[in-house]
Design a protein around this ligand. Sequence first.
Ligand code: ZN
Length: 340
Amino acid sequence: MLKKALIRSLHAFSSSIPLTWLKAVSGQNFISIFYHTVSDQELPHIKHLYRVRGTALFEKDLDYLLKHFTPIGLTELIEAVYYKKKLPQNTFFLSFDDGLAECYHIIAPILKKKGIPATFFLNSDFVDNKGLMFRYKASYLIEVLTKRQISSTQIAPFFKKYQVPFLDLKPGLLSVRWHQEPLLDDIAKAFQIDFNVFLAQQKPYLNQEQISEMIADGFTFGSHSQNHPTYNSIDLASQIEQTLLSQAYLNQHFQLPYQTFAFPFTDSGVSKAFFDKILGEEKFPLTFGGAGLKHEVIKGQLQRFGMETQELSTPQQLIHAEYCYYIIKSIFRKNTIYRN
Ligand SMILES: [Zn+2]
């Protein structure tokens, strides 16, 4: 939260600092970026989580990136990390989490037009719209319950039943964590909101055909757990199971010649033992976090920063602020993640 506030305050002035200066001072000329989706339409399952970037702004992001960096794909990135193959001078790696349908309908066509490779990380439980991630359930519930003018006093008893603190409808639903998902299902049931109907109508996720088509177009895919838990809230065995089973789904259905994984939410608090298993024994060449422009002592684990926030900031604001934040962190020697 403090980090978010600081980065937001950096937006105000950092965009006027030249990027060449930021690159030179930080010594960082590789950046890894992620999004979830891009849409010009309102998405009820995401609307209450963050501001979705529209196609014009997304293209502006990409044009800004292409002006200052060269795009690279997963294979080049693996080669750079493991075989000391030198990357071009300034490079960016682009990825998308959660396997949302706009990746096929909107994002892939734009990336193809601009010649940018990308990697898409999927939750195996949700491919083909078999299920809806709990955060998307929360956003969708907020949307429907607010429209129906359901008061917070009608919602409060459900929170009491599950012993989850409750303030108000929106903050209450947004505070629900992965292991409290039955609370969301209970509320939905009580107000006759059917997530399966929403899944069938909205089709928020990619299906297997779309994924196959994207693979044929040269895009790469990785796993993002089965159903999007926060890894530091589940034990090591469950972390490994969520990772391997979601990757097994991809291997089985799409016969990928590589495997890669991006953490759902955050890799904060994930132990070295997890990486020894996944990067070591299971031979995933790369795994990805979302902690921002930051180094890892663990070879093969790379950090990315997200372009989606509560405001529709410009690419300059987002990228320059991330560089400024990196420079501030490096003064305090806080830009490397150590794990034990
Ligand atoms: Zn995710």
